[in-house]
Design a protein around this ligand. Structure first.
Ligand SMILES: Nc1ncnc2c1ncn2[C@@H]1O[C@H](COP(=O)(O)OP(=O)(O)OP(=O)(O)O)[C@@H](O)[C@H]1O
Ligand SMILES: [Mg+2]
Length: 261
């Protein structure tokens, strides 16, 4: 039996004014896939992730989640466009969770409050339920004892683990990580990567933009190299990271040669 993709992207375009950042991305994400996304600065990696959870609305193309088109197709003469009702996107953003480079925690809320927020406002959970769910998630990232602390009093690594707990609390089907360790001091990178590796080992489906190439090699089952608005090279970690076929991929990797496999 062949499994159906959890996420199917067809002809995804995204432009900002004159700048066409994504020029036709086709991608299928199977359940349990761990996809590492590499590419030069400005190549559109963040834009791709942001389109996948509809923080950015695609300029054109189709995204299906678990076999269902996100949005509603509208026919305009020969053209087919997709409209994205905000109410639907609120639901999609729960199913496709995102973790950012800059954590994006609410500074005026405790750690527990940060993790509870979406459960209260989006899920409409009772405070008691939300609290116990949030405590469970904090414990899962090793931060049970920091529940009542404010973000300003946490290390970067701890903040990022709170952000991961917050994403997990919504029980997403897919997790998107956008350079989750790039803002961290080197000695704090490991604790965050350990949490992400744990999630990968649980079989969670994830897309991860990262410059940690050694980590990508060991954790990902597929690697995409983005350039010129498209997927320039894709394959297994061995294919793309050890034996890249495209010159561009090679020179990118040569500039990130500080990793060891
Ligand atoms: N909201 C926006 N409005 C206008 N232009 C944008 C917006 N977001 C991104 N861009 C442009 O889109 C291009 C791709 O940006 P993006 O942030 O996706 O790149 P990236 O691959 O994530 O880069 P980095 O590795 O530096 O994070 C850039 O030229 C950027 O200036
Ligand atoms: Mg980016």
């Amino acid at each position: 039996m062949t499994q159906a993709p959890l996420l199917r992207v067809r002809g995804l375009h995204k432009r900002f004014g004159e700048n066409e950042v994504l020029r036709g991305i086709d991608l299928e994400v199977m359940p349990g896939d761990r996809i590492a996304i590499l590419g030069a600065s400005g190549s559109g990696k963040s834009t791709l992730l942001r389109c996948l959870n509809f923080m950015e609305i695609p300029s054109s193309g189709r995204i299906e989640l678990d076999g269902q088109l996100v949005g509603r197709e509208l026919r305009r003469g020969q053209q087919v466009e997709v409209a994205y009702p905000e109410a639907e996107l609120v639901g999609i953003r729960q199913r496709v969770g995102m973790v950012f480079q800059q954590f994006n925690l609410f500074p005026h809320m405790t750690t527990l409050g940060n993790v509870m927020e979406g459960l209260l406002t989006v899920r409409g959970m009772s405070r008691t339920q939300a609290q116990s769910q949030a405590r469970r998630q904090l414990a899962a990232v090793g931060l049970a004892e920091k529940a009542d602390e404010y973000p300003a009093r946490l290390s970067g690594g701890q903040k990022q683990r709170v952000a991961i707990a917050r994403a997990l609390a919504m029980e997403p089907e897919i997790l998107l990580f956008d350079e989750p360790t790039s803002a961290l001091d080197p000695e704090l990178v490991g604790e965050v990567l350990t949490v992400i590796r744990g999630l990968a080992n649980e079989g969670r489906t994830m897309l991860l933009v990262t410059h940690e190439i050694g980590f990508a090699y060991h954790v990902a089952n597929r690697v995409l190299f983005i350039a010129e608005g498209g997927i320039h090279e894709a394959g297994t970690p061995d294919e793309v990271l050890k034996h890249p076929r495209q010159e561009r991929t090679r020179s990118f990797l040569a500039r990130h040669n500080e990793f060891s496999f």
